[in-house]
Design a protein around this ligand. Structure first.
Ligand SMILES: Cc1ncc(COP(=O)(O)O)c(C=O)c1O
Length: 410
């Protein structure tokens, strides 16, 4: 594989997103990479087969171990993130699992920021704990706490910024310095921002993971993940783990994500414009107690967002003044904005953690994770701003009608 940083030199990120990954001349001139829909590849001879298994010939062997369509996507994402290479995985969680299972052994310790995507926390707290791996969680914004949590047996630092669903930020320069001092890799889940807005490898992270289900694919029609490494050593270790655990991706999935990436910049820029306008509008609404969005000066880490991100992204959170019941009503009142979990797609999605995803979580634990009763997460898409605003305004009007009725009932 060519060194992506060389390929990227002199090219703008829009150009990289549109062209990176493969050379049409190597695929009979195909401008869209062909889907190599095959489980296995024929060897021209026994000797050639032996060379492929020995790594002397880079040709394909078997799709779990490598596939030209998947490799085109991997090269493209590696270039976008500024890594030396990437490993495509079946889901975002497969990407997280690849890194943790590749780098951790019994007796090791992880320092992780919270909040983290729920299943990532579960993976650390339950599954890896069962294999003798301990984790210390530190609040995302607690830069001092990160260094204090490091132990002699710490083997990696895992952070997610912006964090899900509170949009707290982790200072990547600080996290990279802590990891460097501890001599361990910094691993960043870059799903929320994506390579368009934040490139942690350029700030000293060794590994970036993504749920490509989100903005990289962007069309809510595939689940996928990726591990991008800054250096060949860690890339090889992660690739090896993904192959042996069977976390790798299939070629059709890869083709869909690569097609999505071709319009990444346009989608991200448009959704972000919508999000910025909606966040400012929501801040002025009487139904809304507060808005949390890195693009607003009211975000406690707004300056950090401006320093480490080239834009605040398209996900925002807000607290409804009416609390839990207002949240439930809002979910049942929006018409255009879709009531669904996920983010980073062309369509706007809304969810209310306290009545939906976190309903079964004890209230004290919800609060520990920053999930207040009226917290709503809005993943803004590429629709017309006026239409999104009208949908929310109509839904807010229903809250006003419903509240007096609820009082009468009591
Ligand atoms: C920050 C983050 N990381 C990882 C994942 C897991 O990705 P997937 O659902 O593709 O497995 C998600 C999914 O929402 C996420 O938001």
């Amino acid at each position: 594989m060519s060194d992506p940083s060389d390929l990227r030199q002199g090219k703008g990120i829009h150009t990289t997103a549109v062209h990176a990954g493969f050379d049409p001349a190597e695929h009979k001139g195909a401008v869209s990479v062909p889907i190599y829909q095959t489980s296995t590849f024929a060897f021209p001879s026994a000797e050639a087969g032996a060379d492929r298994f020995a790594g002397l010939d880079p040709g394909p062997i078997y799709t779990r171990l490598g596939n030209p369509t998947v490799e085109a996507l991997e090269r493209c994402v590696a270039e976008l993130e500024g890594g030396c290479g990437a490993v495509g995985t079946a889901t975002g969680m497969a990407a997280v699992s690849t890194v943790l299972l590749a780098l951790l052994r019994q007796g090791d310790h992880v320092v992780a920021t919270h909040p983290l995507y729920g299943p990532t926390s579960t993976l650390l707290e339950r599954r890896l704990a069962a294999f003798g791996v301990a984790t210390t969680f530190v609040a995302a914004a607690d830069a001092v706490g990160l260094a204090a949590a490091v132990r002699p047996e710490t083997r990696l630092l895992l952070v997610e910024t912006p964090a899900n669903p509170t949009l707290d930020l982790v200072d990547l320069d600080v996290a990279a310095a802590v990891a460097r001092d501890a001599g361990v890799p910094l691993v960043v889940d870059n799903t929320f921002a994506g390579p368009w807005l934040q490139r942690p490898l350029e700030q000293g992270a060794e590994i970036v993971v993504h749920s490509m289900t989100k903005s990289l694919n962007g069309h809510a029609d595939v689940v996928a993940g990726v591990v991008v490494a800054r250096r060949p050593g860690l890339l090889a270790v992660c690739r090896d783990a993904a192959k042996s655990y069977g976390f790798t991706m299939d070629p059709h999935q890869a083709w869909l994500v690569l097609r999505g990436i071709r319009t990444l910049g346009m989608r991200v820029e448009r959704a972000q414009r919508n999000a910025l306008a909606l966040a400012a509008w929501l801040e002025r609404r009487p139904e809304v107690a507060w808005v949390r969005y890195p693009g607003l000066p009211s975000h406690p880490q707004h300056d950090l967002a401006r320093r480490q991100m080239s834009g605040p992204g398209s996900v925002l959170a807000f607290e409804l003044a009416g609390g839990l019941e207002a949240g439930r009503l809002l979910m049942n009142s929006v018409r255009l904005i879709t009531l669904a979990v996920s983010l980073g797609g062309v369509e706007s999605l809304i969810e209310h953690p306290a009545s939906m995803t976190h309903k079964g979580v004890p209230a004290s634990e919800q609060l520990r994770q920053g999930i207040t009763p009226g917290l709503v997460r809005l993943a803004v898409g590429c629709e017309e701003l006026d239409d999104l605003q009208a949908d929310l305004a109509a839904a807010f009007a229903k809250l006003e009608v419903a509240e007096p009725a609820a009082i009468v009932e009591r």
